[in-house]
Design a protein around this ligand. Structure first.
Ligand SMILES: CC(C)(COP(=O)(O)OP(=O)(O)OC[C@H]1O[C@@H](n2cnc3c(N)ncnc32)[C@H](O)[C@@H]1OP(=O)(O)O)[C@@H](O)C(=O)NCCC(=O)NCCS
Length: 180
């Protein structure tokens, strides 16, 4: 199986496949807006206005709240975008995957906003709160509440989240790491 990169964005993950493709349309408008801010000339306000309009339309359709200026690495997948809330200062690395009802925000034990590395998968309903860093290739379980740093390649589950070792194929045992 081919490893998903934590550093090189795979833009095909965001390609809009048909008109009604809500999460990819939302990302397309966000990318367009961020590009248009760097443009010069009289067309710039028209371009940014166009992207803002369609960003708002797709935000309503998806029910996701993702700030237009959020620093999001390329290749983000949002298979079911409803209820996703991402703080404007949260950082998301390339090729991440975020399921429905996920929040990346403030209010945890560590001041600040979450910073996700590359190729981080965040399960449905998970909340990642405060200035935590989540390392490359980490996985966050469905409904986890992450309040502390998650190392590279780790899997964090539960409330508050603890680290577990993924079960090797064919094994009955799962080793538990020390609490996060
Ligand atoms: C976290 C996750 C990636 C782990 O998968 P995995 O590597 O195959 O891990 P395992 O199933 O071997 O579970 C390892 C341990 O974590 C526990 N665990 C797994 N997911 C959990 C979760 N979401 N919440 C609490 N505990 C969880 C298991 O019970 C097991 O504990 P144990 O060792 O005490 O028995 C997966 O369970 C998960 O939550 N994926 C999210 C999927 C999702 O959101 N889908 C939405 C589709 S619409």
């Amino acid at each position: 199986m081919q490893e998903i990169s934590a550093t090189v964005p795979d833009w095909s993950r965001e390609r809009v496949r048909k008109f009604y493709d809500p999460s990819r349309q939302l990302l397309r408008q966000l990318r367009g807006y961020q590009r248009s801010r760097t443009h010069k000339g009289w067309l710039r306000p028209l371009r940014t206005g166009w992207y803002v309009f369609w960003y708002r339309v797709w935000s309503i359709v998806t029910g996701a709240e993702i700030d237009l200026n959020a620093p999001i690495g390329g290749g983000l997948l949002l298979p079911h975008p409803n209820g996703i809330v991402i703080h404007p200062e949260a950082v998301i690395g390339p090729n991440c995957l975020i399921f429905q009802q996920v929040t990346l925000g403030t209010g945890g034990r560590i001041p600040g906003c979450p910073k996700l590395g590359g190729h981080v998968d965040v399960g449905a309903g998970a909340k990642i709160l405060g200035g935590v860093t989540v390392g490359d290739h980490a996985k966050i379980g469905a409904n986890a509440v992450v309040l502390d740093h998650v190392p590279e390649g780790a899997t964090a589950v539960g409330v508050p989240a603890r680290l577990v070792l993924a079960r090797p194929v064919g094994s009955e045992q799962t080793k538990t790491w020390s609490a996060v």
